[in-house]
Design a binder for this molecule. Structure first.
Ligand SMILES: *Cc1c(COP(=O)(O)O)cnc(C)c1O
Length: 494
């Protein structure tokens, strides 16, 4: 039977996967969740023989059950092609006893490409299936990596336009350059004077505004989201965990059915939630380690059962994890209430109101799949240096947070462990070079990129070469209170 999607907060009726992809966020402010998690219907031992695309089909057909085989294959073939610099799409490398799943071989060298290279296909296919004639306006808040990956995915896709908001002083110089040089006549990039949470809240408010929706409708537009609140982002992220398990089998690193740990550097809780869904589908995963940077709101949540966003916001060297309101946690909360939408709504309203909520003992009891850890800035730098000294392998600052949590927590379990390696070190060249004790003060970011190539022996990716000399196209900056006004003027609504 078809999987239906409903809001975590109980409002509205159940809708199909394609409708949920088009809407992005439910009308009541909740997130769409599948009415059940389907079980994998390929045998585990068969996974080792599947390519990335074949694995993608096996996973996605279960969640996106109103898509035909032809529609899904069209999306998968279009997404996972030579935009990726390796046929493996997500290579698995063994370093110092752990398995790093490199999720940064796409167009913008961060793991967001894994889902954002397919989302435009899913979105336009969904529009066609549902007879949508209006232009889809993708509205996105980014902590740095989603923005570029979404821009690259949606640039010049007919029937769509995309507006990205990023914290003006909260992303790395290379991240910013990647965004402001984006080509495509349907792309818009806006820096805001505020942090990522401000950007995300502003975007959510626009989604909720009935008045804005009405005006948009009149002008022939409708909003959707490329953030990980869209199930069209979440489902493609499940794929690489299933694929990685197949690769571990293929490389004879594990026996069939053997459980593995997964460590995920976490911000908005999308990536680790995908791993949790994979576990619920029957993938043999022992423990999911949620790794935080100094914005350790999730670590504290797992330790104490209280989620409390009232704390200073820290700018770290892993900016894509500088988040205090982890949107996708709502989907986990919904699961651990036993799919109780009223309870979920109550907790989320408490978070929006007083800034915190506490879960019940029952709910805490359902969190046993998870463990948590965090890395300070110093520990993050030390992790990069440690792995480099031991193996010559250079990882990025986000992966380093996971690597630290592996060293201090996961390793002692004795269970083989997979780490989600979420960005290329080139994207954060300055922080990475500093970690390795290199003198950086007088160097430009591109000097550091070249020196990093010398140290790591890894060729500078195309994504970096492209922005060396590219001209700046987008220079709009607005206050965090002016986001809606900015959208109106971009769309010509006034
Ligand atoms: C987005 C991002 C993360 C955090 O992923 P979530 O799904 O938001 O938890 C970690 N690392 C990098 C490099 C990212 O771009």
């Amino acid at each position: 039977m078809d999987i239906q999607y409903k809001s975590t907060r109980g409002g509205g009726s159940s809708i199909t996967a394609s409708q949920a992809i088009l809407k992005g966020l439910a009308d009541d402010g909740g997130l769409f969740v599948p009415d059940r998690i389907p079980a994998l219907d390929v045998k585990l031992e068969a996974l080792s023989g599947l390519t990335y695309k074949e694995t993608a089909y096996e996973v996605m057909k279960l969640f996106l059950s109103d898509f035909t085989k032809d529609e899904l294959m069209y999306c998968i073939e279009g997404a996972y092609d030579d935009k990726f610099d390796t046929e493996d799409i997500a290579p698995l490398v063994k370093k110092d006893g752990a398995f790093y799943l490199e999720l940064f071989h796409g167009k913008t060298i961060a793991f967001k490409d894994m889902a954002l290279s397919i989302l435009p296909y899913l979105m336009t296919t969904s529009a066609k299936k549902n007879g949508v004639k209006k232009e889809i306006v993708i509205l996105t808040a980014t902590s740095g990596d989603t923005g570029k990956a979404a821009l690259a995915g949606f640039a010049d896709v007919p029937g769509t336009s995309i507006i990205v908001f990023y914290p003006k002083n909260g992303v790395s110089p290379i991240q910013e350059r990647q965004m402001v040089t984006q080509k495509g006549k349907n792309t818009h990039v806006v820096g805001i004077k505020g942090n990522f949470d401000d950007a995300q809240t502003g975007v959510k408010n626009m989604f909720h505004s009935k008045e804005l929706a009405k005006e948009m409708d009149g002008a022939g537009y409708q909003f959707s989201s490329a953030n990980s609140i869209n199930i069209g982002r979440l489902v493609p992220q499940i794929v690489y965990y299933v694929y990685a398990y197949g690769q571990l089998l293929k490389q004879k690193e594990i026996a069939c059915g053997e459980k593995i740990n997964v460590v995920v550097p976490t911000g908005n809780f999308g990536n680790i939630l995908a791993a949790y869904y994979a576990k619920n589908m029957g993938l043999p995963i022992e423990t999911l380690f949620c790794a935080s940077n100094e914005n350790k709101v999730l670590y504290d949540f797992f330790q104490t059962g209280t989620y409390n966003r009232k704390r200073p916001f820290v700018l770290t060297c892993s900016p894509s994890m500088d988040i205090l309101i982890s949107s996708n946690l709502e989907r986990l909360i919904y699961r651990i209430t036993g799919d109780d939408a009223a309870k979920t709504k109550e907790l989320m309203e408490a978070l929006a109101g007083s800034g915190e909520y506490e879960i019940t003992e029952d709910m805490r009891g359902r969190l046993s799949d998870f463990a948590s850890g965090f890395a300070t800035e110093e520990e993050t730098h030390a992790a990069i240096r440690r792995l480099y000294d031991r193996t010559g392998y250079v990882m990025d600052t986000h992966t380093a947070v996971a690597s630290h949590v592996y060293e201090t927590e996961a390793k002692k379990t004795g269970v083989k462990t997979l780490l989600a390696s979420t960005a290329s070190p080139y994207k954060f060249a300055r922080s990475v070079m500093e970690s390795m004790g290199q003198e950086c003060d007088s160097a430009t970011d591109f000097d550091l990129v070249d020196r990093l190539a010398g140290l790591s022996g890894v060729k500078v990716p195309q994504a970096i070469e492209e922005i060396r000399s590219a001209g700046i196209i987008h220079d709009t900056v607005c206050d965090k209170t002016e986001m809606e006004q900015t959208v109106r003027s971009i769309l010509g609504l006034d």
